[in-house]
Design a protein around this ligand. Structure first.
Ligand SMILES: NC(=O)c1ccc[n+]([C@@H]2O[C@H](COP(=O)([O-])OP(=O)(O)OC[C@H]3O[C@@H](n4cnc5c(N)ncnc54)[C@H](OP(=O)(O)O)[C@@H]3O)[C@@H](O)[C@H]2O)c1
Length: 430
């Protein structure tokens, strides 16, 4: 393929960075054809220069300071694969855009926290800011929203945005094991970080949800407004009860935009077994979005890993090489609306409530009274035998009603001597 190469400065040679080097080597000719010119890494930076990364780095210059990549005359585009919302990744991103160079990143944390500032900086210099790999790994959901669905009004999106949580929930489902047990296995297998908080507490999914909501609804990324509850408190019995009732438990990110404002929530849900998201297992990601003309779109595929994430990074590079770029969040940064956070309690739906209670007379009546007084109508109530700790599991499915009523019922039960564990509730996906 003729044409001047697009010269890349690559910051980060970890899972994704090494994957990008491998993809650009293995598919060099195909990528050059699709990009209209070769794409070549000319300089790279990571912490440890001596580490064997399993890829050929010969012919690639080394920079100890990643920020130096932005200033090099022989670098046309900087690819940031360091990670972290601030620190060296943000310093590099700012320096790259200030130098008027395109930035390609997989960094959802940085984009969720600083995306608006970076989009403004990119527009000020007329240079692209691309982040396809930041959401759902190899799945082209950002391109799908920004381009494929661009002609539609979008009001609602939801999906499985964290592969680690989905892996853990799928494993709990398949083996009947408890959360802590499966988390330890996931860590041993390298599917979960040593510090898994970002994943299991819903923060990572929240970063991605905030980016998708901005792209879909034309609002500023508002990670601070995401209500995030992770999967720490899901127990094996919840998964068994859900199955008996015809559901599977999935950690969903849900975003809606309407007259009430912008609603963004990450929370474990009960998903009907007949729903496509109930069949998304392991580390797969999936995002559903409803458009007024196109109907429902479902984007699904590998949400992480070297190959899929590198695929998304290089797709962005091909777009940069072809000049197929536009505003980072589909609209110019100043046109993005500053949406108020909607009050989640006003939402209506059915809910699953799980309580572990003492095995004695009157407890069920106390629960039923709390539900009644809070205005919650019970559709199904299941009581299971005495567990090892002496507790009895009570699982309730409510009729459709305002979510704030469920919260009020749990508030009424708070501190009751009848409860032997903190109750938990999950919305049921309609
Ligand atoms: N892993 C995935 O499946 C995946 C999927 C989607 C998005 N992402 C995003 O992609 C980014 C990279 O993730 P990853 O999994 O590849 O991370 P990783 O394996 O931990 O790699 C991070 C890389 O950054 C380098 N680094 C750290 N501090 C640096 C500094 N100050 N200057 C230069 N380089 C520095 C590290 O150097 P050393 O190798 O020398 O330590 C390492 O090569 C993150 O934003 C992540 O959220 C990852």
């Amino acid at each position: 393929m003729s044409g001047e190469p697009l010269r890349i400065g690559l910051a980060g040679l970890g899972t994704v960075g090494a994957g990008v080097v491998r993809l650009l080597a293995d598919n060099a000719e195909l990528v050059a054809q699709r990009a209209g010119r070769p794409i070549r890494v000319v300089a790279a930076s990571a912490r440890d220069r001596t580490r064997d990364r399993g890829v050929d780095l010969s012919g690639i210059d080394w920079e100890d300071d990643a920020t130096a990549l932005a200033a090099r005359d022989d670098v046309d585009v900087v690819v940031e694969l360091v990670g972290g919302s601030d620190g060296p990744a943000l310093t590099l991103a700012r320096a790259t855009l200030a130098a008027g160079k395109p930035l390609v990143t997989a960094n959802k944390a940085m984009m969720a926290h600083h995306g608006l500032e970076l989009a403004r900086a990119a527009e000020a210099r007329g240079t692209p800011l691309m982040f396809e790999a930041a959401v759902a790994g190899g799945v082209p959901v950002i391109k799908g929203l920004r381009e494929g669905a661009a002609a539609n009004r979008l009001h609602h999106l939801f999906g499985i945005l964290n592969g680690t949580c989905n892996f853990i929930l799928s494993r709990m489902e398949a083996d009947g094991r408890d959360f802590a047990d499966v988390l330890a296995e996931a860590q041993a297998l390298g599917y979960a970080e040593a510090d898994p908080g970002f994943d299991i507490d819903g923060v990572d999914a929240g970063h991605k949800l905030a980016l998708l909501a901005s792209l879909a609804f034309g609002t500023r990324p508002a990670f601070g407004q995401v209500e995030a509850t992770g999967i720490r408190h899901v127990i094996a019995a919840d998964i068994a009860e859900a199955a008996a009732l015809g559901y599977r438990v999935r950690l969903l990110g849900v975003a809606e935009s309407g007259a009430q404002g912008l609603f963004q929530r990450v929370h474990p849900h009960l998903v009907p077994v007949g729903h496509p998201l109930a069949h998304v297992t392991g580390s797969t990601n999936a995002v559903a979005v409803d458009g007024d003309f196109v109907g429902r779109l479902l984007f699904q595929g590998a949400g992480a890993g070297a190959g899929p994430t590198a695929s998304a990074v290089v797709a962005d590079l091909i777009d940069v090489a072809r000049g197929r770029t536009g505003p980072a969040f589909a609209l110019p940064a100043d046109a993005l609306a500053a949406a108020e956070a909607a009050d989640g309690g006003e939402r209506r739906g059915r809910a699953y409530v799980r309580l572990i209670v003492q095995d004695r007379v009157g407890v069920l009546a106390e629960i039923a009274a709390a539900m009644r007084d809070a205005g919650v109508s019970i559709e199904t109530l299941v009581q299971r035998g005495v567990a090892a700790d002496g507790g009895v599991l009570v699982a309730i499915v409510t009729h459709e009603g305002p979510e704030r009523c469920v919260a009020a019922a749990l508030e009424r039960l708070h501190g009751s001597q009848s409860l032997v564990a903190t109750p938990m509730w999950m919305p049921i996906l309609a």
